[in-house]
Design a protein around this ligand. Structure first.
Ligand code: 5GP
Ligand code: ZN
Length: 141
């Protein structure tokens, strides 16, 4: 994709601090980190978001995430970390080339994902289960 900043990172058209790469994925440091060491895992092939991910990249993305997370834990002596992905503008996605964030966490680091948790009432949990299950499409064998 011509105007995608992450495709430009993949093609090395723009510089980045590469932590790891193989044929399918590249892991770089985020330019505006939550904590220093905050990493991003990107598939090399452009895809907009999670639902757009080609199946052949699933394994490489999780494998790279594990390799990089272990390196972060060991090099920065982490006790915790978050893995997350924002998908869609309203979910906070700002770069529309799928990526997984891995960010270090520290005791008392004052970072909070502000949530307003809800409760299911009556038969709502069952209702939601039924509604969602109708759209579950297991992969073809
Ligand atoms: P999103 O908001 O889509 O979940 O995450 C996009 C991330 O990409 C942000 O955390 C942002 O700091 C990072 N980012 C944006 N532009 C660049 C760039 O040119 N280089 C690097 N390394 N990270 C970038
Ligand atoms: Zn791209």
């Amino acid at each position: 994709m011509t105007n995608c900043i992450f495709c430009k990172i993949v093609s090395k058209e723009i510089p980045s601090e590469v932590l790891y790469e193989n044929d399918h994925v590249i892991a770089v440091l985020d330019i505006n980190p939550i904590h220093l060491g905050h990493a991003l895992i990107l598939p090399k092939k452009h895809c907009n978001d999670f639902l757009d991910l080609p199946e052949e990249t699933y394994h490489s993305i999780l494998q790279a995430a594990k390799i990089v997370t272990l390196a972060l834990v060991q090099s920065l002596k982490l006790e915790g970390y978050n893995l997350f992905s924002n998908n869609g503008t309203i979910a906070g996605q700002s770069v529309f080339h799928f990526h997984l964030h891995i960010t270090p966490r520290y005791r008392n680091d004052n970072i909070r994902f502000v949530l307003n948790l809800k409760e299911y009432s009556g038969g709502d949990m069952k209702k939601y289960g039924t509604m969602i299950r109708k759209f579950i499409k297991p992969p073809a064998l």
